[in-house]
Design a protein around this ligand. Sequence first.
Ligand code: GLA
Length: 576
Amino acid sequence: MLTLTDNQQPIMSGAIHYFRLLKSDYKDRLMKLKACGFNTVETYVPWNLHEPEKGKFVFDGHFDIECFLQTAAELDLAVILRPGPYICSEWDFGGLPAWLLKDKNMVLRCYCEPYLKHVDDWFDAFIPRIVPYLSTNGGPIIGVQVENEYGSYGDDKKYLTHIKEGLIRRGVDVTLFTSDGGPDHMLTGGTLPDVYKTVNFGSAADWNFSQLRKRQPDLPVMCMEFWDGWFDHWEVPHHTRPSHEVVQVFEDMLAHNAHVNFYMFHGGTNFGFYNGANFYNDANAQGYGATATSYDYCALLTEAGDITETYLAIRECMEKHFGPIPYEIPANTTKKAYGKVNFTKQALLFDNLNNLTTKKESAMAENMEYYDQDFGYILYRTHVEGPRGDVGIHLTQIHDRAQIFINDEEVAVYKRGEKQELSRNIPSEGITLDILVENMGRINYGPQLKDYKGLVGGLTIAGCYHFGYDVYNLDMKDLSKLEFKDTIEKTNKPCFYQATFTVDEAHDTFLKFENLTKGFVLINGFNIGRYWNVGPQETLFVPSGLLKEGENEIVIFEQHEAKEPSIEFIDYAILG
Ligand code: GLA
């Protein structure tokens, strides 16, 4: 049996996140992992996906961890499980549920009792589900991680110990481990004396393993996250990594007789609004950047599960070191260009507010979480009384992008951190001010983790607070009551468009959104993610599992303008 703490048999693992691909694709991706010579699959578990509201647990649907574990077991793959509670992973809020932010005094990822109470409730609901899948109970799970790269965030050992003991108390009796960056401060902050330690890196294997050996001389070294590629942010060029580099670092690790987990073997997609974001404050980058919808990662399989050059190169390497692989490489799935679809129906956001949510009256323009909203958009509508001469209108903190309308006309768009220069003469009859704020994804790494959305700190006019709002919480989860009109009119106002299209056979396909500006897409009611014409991503992946033979529905929400009200299904991805 594979064991993390010995290297009789090296662990060759690849990360595949069951929450970044549909259940109907689990088997295909896991078979491709196996056929590349791997013996283990690794996945995180995002708490926010499984407990979207306090006490409401969701374990079924398109993303099904038990089905994933079962499929891995059937293919005789071991599993490394990383249940957090924090997972980072370019996932909204590092997997923490947004409802934690309702309590402004909440302190995250430390021994703060209200936080721990929620973590314990989650573990009580979740851990018993995976106990039957532990290797000690005949299942595939050989290792479970305590927190995630904790040494990159804090140094509260009492907290780490609580997580560790919580796993043990609930029946987790396989190897527990931590994973951290190689620098001393990270290993000092993130490790526990009697828990197996691993390191994460993309290069410099010798140095990272020597750091690890200083603290753990007698156990095998493991790279828990070998970053074979990288994720993309909107507005930043697409990341790629040449396969010879990936092979070289892998060879360096094999020379250490190391266990390796490729992060990612298959990246998949940040469906819906689940993408995370980063906040940079260094020489290379400044400020907030939202992760794109594609999580292709330049991994061994593409976002759509196709074999890459790196896959073939790593497979060759595996055969060189461990002998012939007795499985053929599975074929790529068929991709289909269904062609252009013209939208035939239209529904303006501002005409449909009451069909999407129930208005709340609020003295102050508060953040989203204050109103129990997790994802999507929030609209603050207010009347500003005049007369007031030329006055500056200022949004204190925009998280993350605001469109401002005066008397129904868009007058400005501001991104988080951007300088605002909006000044207006307010006539005696006053103005109606609408502020539509998009939550573009919560920060998932570092000290800015506590990332409230919407307006954080309210709105001032001429330096004075402005009070009295109608607030519309637009989480966009239920669009069934939208009232569509059967004609399309040219508009630059936030607007839904709808069309139906016919599919003969359901195949994987890609949506090219070149006629659109910014928004998100639903296919048969499933949110496949955000699009934005700033790139780098130019297509959205539509897995065959979302399509059906016969009539299918597409709905988009366009925040700005559709150059032409159409979208096209093509048979290849353009990621920039
Ligand atoms: C860290 C985290 C991962 C992921 C990678 C970057 O190592 O532990 O969850 O965010 O960085 O992709």
